[in-house]
Unconditional design. Structure first.
Length: 156
């Protein structure tokens, strides 16, 4: 089953851009991806930051599988999808980058986000990764045959 999400990217001088991700939209994966992309773009301002963030997401592809070409991780959409479970909003402002986030279900998540500084959001993602790692370790203990190769998430 997938955990679908949207990422909204805004700056004062740009129309909002929405990205959709069908798989792994939860904090430990997409939230970490948001932190990584935002950190790389944080040294830029305005349109430069916006371009770096958009390119950071659109240049990502899932690994190639036999008989399938590589597919993009993110696709551009015109609004929040109706069946999302996580919503991220990267807001580029004169003071830097603000990350907004909400979980739940549906497009109304866009109106329910909580704002974080990049450092605060990084700590929030690391908490989610620590929780996921605890669960992975438990699964490896109780079902080693099935979860032996499961990898722990590194902290950001």
């Amino acid at each position: 089953m997938s955990t679908r999400c949207n990422i909204k990217i805004t700056s004062p001088d740009r129309t909002p851009l929405y990205l959709y991700r069908h798989w792994n939209g939860y904090l430990a994966k997409t939230g970490a991806n948001v932190v990584e992309v935002a950190n790389r773009a944080n040294k830029w301002h305005g349109f430069g930051a916006w371009c770096n963030i958009v390119n950071g997401f659109l240049s990502q592809f899932y690994e190639r599988e036999p008989n399938h070409k590589p597919s993009p991780v993110y696709e551009v959409t015109d609004a929040a999808h109706g069946d999302i479970e996580c919503f991220y909003w990267i807001e580029i402002v004169s003071a830097g980058i603000t990350i907004h986030h909400a979980t739940g279900y549906g497009p109304e998540l866009e109106a329910e986000t909580k704002a974080y500084t990049l450092d605060q959001f990084t700590a929030f993602v690391n908490e989610a990764r620590a929780h996921a790692n605890t669960r992975i370790e438990e699964l490896k203990r109780v079902s080693p045959d099935y979860y032996a190769d499961a990898e722990l998430y590194p902290m950001l």
